[in-house]
Design a protein around this ligand. Structure first.
Ligand SMILES: Nc1ncnc2c1ncn2[C@@H]1O[C@H](COP(=O)(O)OP(=O)(O)OP(=O)(O)O)[C@@H](O)[C@H]1O
Length: 247
């Protein structure tokens, strides 16, 4: 589904590479977790795969397609849930979703019914006509998610979709992502919640300093690491306990 070869990214004016010669294959229908400390390169990788930024070198394909030759087809194929809310606060939830749906060429009854159905599943129906500026963090995250899946993407990229939300919202988001995955959506997501990733992901890669340091099924990684009882133990054993502050 996603094949990455020798992918590198050095931002303009940066001294070092944020991603360095990264090779990775993500199979269809996987729930793939990109894990790593702050500044490891997770957002950079997702931004490259969504064509929000350009690689310095290397290449990748999604479903055999590249942005160079198939930009429009790829735009329909993928959904992106960014870390920051990509919503218009002065519009209602419904108006926001109508706008995002229309960006993908959706319209009319089909779009309205998809919005209503998804808002219902994510517990937002009764807030459809309220302005997004009045929403809690968890509600904004759920609207952000709906905006990215209205066109039913085959591959969904999520950058920390459960950050700053309460346990109830987190459960609703994760359960909905599971439903999408069961229906055939490949999911690639970044998170700092290692318990969540251990439970949710079919496969994870731990990234540090722009390189993949290990990858595999969570259970496999835990059993291969001596004295590890969970994914957090594996993570700390491989990335260390030092703080990653930088400015
Ligand atoms: N626009 C930019 N210009 C220069 N350097 C950048 C830029 N964006 C990110 N970086 C640097 O690239 C490295 C990787 O950052 P990235 O945001 O991809 O990490 P991350 O794993 O997503 O971190 P976090 O968990 O904090 O979101 C960091 O050293 C960061 O400072």
């Amino acid at each position: 589904m996603i094949r990455i070869e020798q992918l590198s990214k050095k931002y303009k004016y940066a001294d070092t590479y944020s991603l360095s010669n990264l090779d990775l294959f993500i199979a269809e229908k996987e729930i793939f977790g990109l894990l790593g400390p702050n500044g490891a390169g997770k957002t950079t990788l997702i931004s490259l795969l969504c064509s929000l930024i350009k690689p310095t070198s290397g290449l990748f394909t999604i479903d055999g397609l590249t942005y160079k030759t198939s930009k429009n087809r790829l735009k329909q194929l993928i959904g992106i849930v960014p870390q920051e809310y990509a919503l218009y606060p002065s519009l209602t939830a419904f108006e926001n979703l109508m706008y995002f749906g229309s960006m993908y060429g959706l319209k009319g009854k089909a779009l309205k019914s998809k919005i209503n159905q998804t808002m219902d599943i994510l517990g937002l129906s009764k807030f459809a006509n309220k302005k997004v500026s009045t929403f809690s963090g968890g509600m904004k995250r759920r609207i952000n998610l709906i905006a990215s899946i209205l066109h039913e993407p085959k591959v969904l990229f999520l950058d920390e979709p459960t950050v700053g939300v309460d346990v109830q919202s987190k459960n609703v988001i994760i359960e909905y992502l599971r439903i999408l995955n069961e229906k055939g959506t490949t999911i690639i997501y970044t998170s700092h919640h290692l318990n969540e990733a251990e439970d949710f992901c079919t496969k994870v890669a731990i990234i540090d300093h722009g390189k993949i340091i290990t990858q595999g099924q969570p259970k496999e990684l835990i059993s291969n690491q001596s004295n590890a009882n969970n994914l957090e133990d594996v993570f700390l054993a491989l990335t260390g306990k030092g703080l990653r502050d930088h400015a």
